[in-house]
Design a protein around this ligand. Sequence first.
Ligand code: 3EB
Length: 345
Amino acid sequence: MSIPSRSISSAPAVGTGAPSLLVLRDGGVALTANQQERLLGLVRFRPATTAAGAGWPEAAVPLPSLAGSELTEAWIGVAPARYGSAGTVAYGHDGTVLFACCQQEGGAGELPERVTHRSYRALLDTAREQGYPYLLRVWNYFPDINGELAGLERYQRFSLGRYQALEEAGYRFGSDLPAASAVGSRLDQGYCLYLLAARQPGLQIENPRQVSAYRYPAQYGPRSPSFARATLAEFAGEQLLFVSGTASIAGHASLHQGDPAAQLAETLLNIQTLLDQPTLGCRQDLATLGDAGDFKVYLRHAGHADVVREKLAATLHPESSVIYLEGDICRSDLLLEIEAVIRLR
Ligand code: 3EB
């Protein structure tokens, strides 16, 4: 197996008890043989659909990276991985965690709630059939997220389809929801959804500064967005915190319209507040996480990259990994959103 990207920005210890995320950038080294053996799946951030890889699943996220080069994430498991596919879903799993992705056309004339429902059903069926019913983390990318269709925003239609699929499958909204991100693409490449699921349940975490998304009032859509603010997963004594896409929202209201620096500050306060939750037992803050933190910043306007980079550098530890992608945040008044994967110590 060979992986075309070559450098590793944050290499975890080999033989760690938890799955790990490697960010691969152009111009470095390949995965080690040991890492390749445990490769669950790849996520490629580039504005072109990927041909099916050599066995392992590959999610092609239709958002450009602001680095100007192709970025790839590799999810590495804890034991040798096995691969399979079922219809539109491709997956890799290692006995502890499952990576699965689903690409759908989003066919002409089909409503977003239908495409979303179909994608979730396919992903949930696969996860359950393979023995990984517990959702830890879901990433959702689809075109024209702020556009309106027959009187309802596409994001709200997406939320409808997701809600229905999760409810039908029996997930409980206060305890079983995954962390998530939902970001709009400007490329007409259909729906790209991927997830991590486990054999053991994670812990759903909510944020005291924010109304839980699954309890948002009806002004944000006929069905609330079904996601947790974070999930905490434990693997052989090691803990991974999956922080959902987090934005400048307090209570349920968007704050600081038109001001990227203020939205960033509010967003970071939201993430720090999550980290401070006593249930996490986390003694870290954003400034001290170091290489235990992998961050992903979604920017609506590439032109905001400089101000965001500068302010983020003043808050995060220099060894934390940060990647920047250009995409539309699900509320039109939001300019940015930040997600993270954090190894808790
Ligand atoms: C928010 O907090 C901002 O619908 O899956 C962030 C992360 C947001 C995930 C989703 C939406 C989602 O409501 C938007």
